[in-house]
Ligand binder design. Sequence first.
Ligand SMILES: [Zn+2]
Length: 683
Amino acid sequence: MTTDNPFFAASDLPYQLPPFDRIATGHYLPAFERGMAEQRAEVEAIASLPEPPTFDNTLVALERSGRVLQRVSAAFFNVTSSDTSPELQEIESRVVPLLSAHGDAIMLDRRLFGRVEQLYAQRDALALDAESAWLLERYHTEFVRAGARLSEEEHVRLRELNAELAALATEFGNKVRDGMKAAAVVVEDAADLAGLSADAIAAAEVAARDRGLSGGYALNLILPTAQPALASLHNRAVRERLHTASVGRGCAGDDHDTTGLVLRIVRLRAERARLLGFEHHAAYNIADNTARSVGAVQEMLAKLAPAAVANARIEAEDLQEAIGDAFTLQPWDWAYYTEQIRRDRYAIDEAELRPYFELERVLHDGVFHAAGRLYGIRFEERPDLPAYHDDARVFEVFDRDGGPLGLFIGDFFTRPSKRGGAWANALVPQSRLFGTAPVVVNNLNINRAPEGEPTLLTLDEVRTLFHEFGHALHTLFSQVHFPKFAGTRVPRDFVEYPSQVNEVWMLWPEVLANYATHHRTGEPLPSSVVERLQAAEQFNKGFATTEYLAATLLDLAWHTLTVEEAAAVTDVLAFEAAALERAGVAVPFVPPRYRTAYFAHIFSGAAYSAGYYSYIWSEVLDADTVDWLTEQGGLRRELGDAFRDGLLAKGGSADSMEVYRAFRGRDPLIEPLLKRRGLISVP
Ligand SMILES: [Zn+2]
């Protein structure tokens, strides 16, 4: 396992695709160990150089360091998300604290920071090109934010905090994933599932077998609170069970209870923020995003929340009217009666739509087709190239000039070894420094159809496919020098912007006409349905906005706690209820999109902590850009090229808002977002 470890050398496959057919579980740990040791030696060489610092001998050298570690990390965290195993989880819980300590060893090295600071002080005299100047700016900021200026004693505590937080995040993620599996609702009789489509019932039967049950049906949960089956299950008692199982995750006092972890995480984050000179974790995190301050985020949310809640209450009245006097609307009734109203008002029936959304059609004739029309790119499946799982499919992407651009890997199906949700990640980041082209993965959790049947998607799944592909395009079109800036390596509250823009094509008439054909008859989706789908875009937006804002405000409530405040919280559920109340988003029939105990975005890994606001923050830019696309005529190569070259290609190689202003010619406006979500007419 030491001499022939595939991570020790660059892959010789096209685009340096990791050679998954040669990677065994036993390769990861030795590769992490060697990778960290190698980067420590490289960093030591930079830090102890007798020559004064130059841009090349310090910053470029840092960018060049740690290749083995990057290779193994990209492949490893891809499989631990999308095809994990007890062995991989074991390695992950060993490696994550080591990586945290490794990162600290670099970022808290005083000699190294001394060199960066010296360069930073001379920055105006260095005559750097724009991307290089930004690299210096970013390294300097990142060192300071990591605590490079703190005392030796403070460094000791910081290292402890980072290590423990890293371990807690992994533990939280594992518990949420296992708890989600455990919370599946099992029914004995198919009659209890009346209302679900035949293939959904078949999928529930398969799910029960997957759980080792000899009979019955299992409704697996998805990560967010709202469970898709609630829209169609006729049996109200089963709906209640499903909803109760969903919102009860993580707080039942059993093996999957995460509330103790939550309290520990928020306390340690508050302590770390104080150590780093910030009032709380949110202030620390948001300072390095385009929003800059918690106040700016809160100001924006305050503009949206009252209108969203007012709209949700109007929607609730409609639902109660549909229910009549029989009973009072409960959260498990929302989706079911919403579907009825959607059917009545727009004559749209989710179940009748699905035959028009067959996975292969949506992918090739929808997602790829739109990208082809806009950007002139082309896709060719490469079954000869190995991926990490049989379901993961490799496509080669050809550029507008016909030349090679990168690889796209689509891994669409759900499986017990995959975490919930949908995401994109780069296996190889584009960079001119290394001469690498991008390799990007999209992961979804679509239920596989029974053997021999086509996989039919819901409208939401179609949207997710377009969304994640937007991240893939951001990664594929990257044209940067330094790997630090490749593709989606932009501030967190900017990263959802390109992916959300890409969602616009799903209902764009020319795109829809190209992919939405009945999988059996080949009939196109009737144009009257298309019109109604477009008209229904604002439908139920009060609910959608409120459940999202509730989760966002919950995230901010946990992360604006000071050290003393965090220490005083002992009851997670009571804190959650009070926080929602205070923020004006405590609507009984609209629970948050994620409740605290399974809010993996913010507690499993730090990526979205104090950052769940990013989606709506990015949506301001998205809606503003979609306005421009619409005004300019939509699906045109000139527009695609302008968006690609002016925005997507830049990755994180400059200040993101400056990139936006240069592309759009002005600051973003919030009005298109308000209009899109139906929030403008509400006082
Ligand atoms: Zn996204």
